[in-house]
Design a protein around this ligand. Structure first.
Ligand SMILES: NC(=O)C1=CN([C@@H]2O[C@H](COP(=O)(O)OP(=O)(O)OC[C@H]3O[C@@H](n4cnc5c(N)ncnc54)[C@H](O)[C@@H]3O)[C@@H](O)[C@H]2O)C=CC1
Ligand SMILES: O=C(O)[C@@H]1CCC=N1
Length: 271
């Protein structure tokens, strides 16, 4: 890819994307620029891990960049755009990975017709396994969407969605890894309670989660069918699932996704 990209905000998500891009080799370390809010320590940390261009001076970062990736928390977006907008040129492409915030709002903050593309990745970007949804703002062309797909494809899979669906995406795949980690934490606790050492417990659980994910990808069978194949009549799985049902597991997860999506809507309302 013959572009320079600049991250505004060097937090967890920016780091996950940087890690994935560096591993993919699609950009050289000279093509990746990172800035943060007056936090030299965080930039030094990113520099030491990935050897990308970590620069506190926002003007310098923006001047160099073809694509600017907004990666601050939603409540820091306004300040961060304020601090770069005077340096932004109209042809510079802006990506945002910020939950809840619309491309229209970002366009209004920038005060210019820069193309804006919204993306919702997840932290599995770190190892090239993000599921990233992408949608175009009003000034973004198909060519801009293709550039976004090209970049985010280096950190996992991509899907183009309507911007209105980004809230649901955030509740499912943006936050989703955290739900899986929570499940793992609970399984680990159960194993430790049963007297397992942590290492053995985590080996068993991690491989189980990995195997289930791969089966969903590769077997061509639905989750329901795969689950049925494990569930012998009057067997152990059935006993386990009866307990999940007793505690309304399905409803709980559905409500969890709805709460996360609704929170994304709320974050957008604070625009
Ligand atoms: N963490 C995750 O799993 C995901 C996060 N996101 C989105 O990514 C965005 C960032 O999230 P995290 O990385 O988790 O947050 P974070 O808090 O780890 O990182 C945000 C970074 O932005 C910096 N920052 C704040 N104000 C700034 C400014 N004015 N100029 C430059 N940098 C500034 C902060 O110092 C911090 O390093 C959020 O909007 C979130 O909705 C999206 C998908 C997944
Ligand atoms: O919790 C959050 O707000 C962000 C957005 C998706 C994942 N983390």
């Amino acid at each position: 890819m013959n572009k320079k990209i600049a991250f505004i905000g060097a937090g967890s998500m920016a780091e996950a994307i940087i890690s994935g891009i560096v591993k993919s080799g699609i950009l050289t370390k000279e093509q990746i620029l990172v800035t943060n809010k007056s936090n030299r320590e965080r930039l030094e940390n990113i520099k030491s891990k990935y050897d990308v261009q970590c620069i506190l001076d926002k003007e310098e970062v923006i001047r160099e960049a073809d694509i600017v990736i907004l990666a601050t928390k939603p409540y820091d977006l306004k300040d961060s755009v304020e601090s770069i907008k005077e340096f932004l040129q109209p042809e510079q492409l802006v990506f945002s990975v910020i939950a809840g915030i619309s491309t229209d709002y970002i366009t209004a903050l920038i005060g210019n017709n820069n193309p804006v593309v919204r993306a919702m990745p997840n932290t599995s970007a770190t190892i090239g396994y993000s599921a990233t949804a992408i949608s175009a703002g009003k000034y973004a062309s198909d060519e801009h969407l293709i550039q976004a797909e090209e970049l985010f494809a280096t950190i996992g899979t991509t899907a183009i969605v309507d911007e209105d669906d980004m809230h649901t995406v955030t509740g499912i795949s943006g936050s989703g890894p955290a739900y899986i980690y929570y499940l793992v934490e609970a399984m680990e606790k159960a194993a430790l309670e049963a007297g397992f050492d942590k290492e053995t417990a985590m080996e068993l659980i991690t491989q189980t989660v990995r195997g289930a994910g791969q089966m969903l990808k590769e077997s061509g069978e639905s989750a329901a069918v795969l689950r049925k194949k494990i569930t012998s009549p009057a067997g152990t799985t059935e006993a386990g699932i009866e307990t999940l049902n007793k505690y309304d597991f399905e409803k709980t997860i559905m409500e969890c996704v709805k709460s996360a999506s609704n929170r994304s809507v709320e974050l957008g309302k604070n625009e």
